[in-house]
Design a protein around this ligand. Structure first.
Ligand SMILES: [Zn+2]
Length: 224
């Protein structure tokens, strides 16, 4: 295996295995990437297409350009490369993107239910409620563009009838957001089943969002 992007390929592999261990992805569903730069252009270090996580090694993790042309690695990149690239092109703060099919987030995505601001840590970390993107066919740029539109300046978006996509300034942050959204979706669905969902008060959301935006600006400045 080439020496280039070795550490990033290892980090992507570890993150993918952790997601599977946490039950947020299964077999080969979902995908993980980080954005790197070779000095002249941005590249994406991403899990390969269709390979079960249990058998995946760092050598299977692919480095590709934004058009999907391979730079390192023998395997084709994840079929959702377009989703990752669309997010990286729209968001200078995005250094990592993770896409999962976690159950509770997927239930909200299927029901077309935005997860409203219901827990304090949500707005500070994700920027507000988690919206549902318009439907886009898997693997297409259209799916990526619709995800970007619904994502706005937030850290997570539900992909209608599909799953979840999250953004992180680091891979660690993106993994934490995947866990947070799944927990929020579970809380929201349970409260909704009880028939009572009290959202955070608008002034609280406003204050927490101001904190979020301050951090986001710093991440954007560091990432651009
Ligand atoms: Zn998917």
């Amino acid at each position: 295996m080439s020496e280039r992007w070795l550490s990033e390929r290892g980090q992507v592999l570890e993150a993918a295995k952790e997601l599977e261990w946490l039950g947020l992805v299964a077999v080969s569903s979902g995908n993980v990437s980080v954005r790197v730069d070779d000095g002249s252009r941005p590249l994406v270090v991403i899990t390969p297409m269709g390979l079960p996580y249990a058998r995946m090694t760092a050598a299977d993790v692919v480095v590709a350009d934004f058009e999907g042309e391979p730079v390192e690695g023998e395997r084709p990149p994840s079929s959702e490369l377009n989703l990752h690239v669309a997010i990286y092109q729209a968001r200078a703060d995005a250094r990592a993107v993770v896409h999962t099919h976690s159950i509770n987030a997927s239930v909200c995505a299927v029901a077309g239910l935005e997860i409203p601001p219901i827990v304090d840590e949500m707005v500070v970390n994700l920027g507000g409620g988690v919206r549902v993107a318009e439907y886009g066919f898997p693997s297409t740029r259209d799916l990526g563009d619709k995800a970007v539109t619904a994502l706005g300046d937030r850290k997570a978006v539900l992909l209608r009838n599909h799953g979840l996509a999250v953004v992180g300034a680091t891979l660690e942050e993106a993994l934490a957001h995947c866990r947070l959204v799944e927990r929020l979706a579970q809380i929201f669905l349970a409260a909704r089943a009880l028939g009572v969902v009290h959202e955070l008060a608008p002034d609280v959301v406003e204050t927490e969002r101001a904190i979020y935006l301050m951090r986001l600006r710093a991440q954007r400045d560091a990432g651009s």
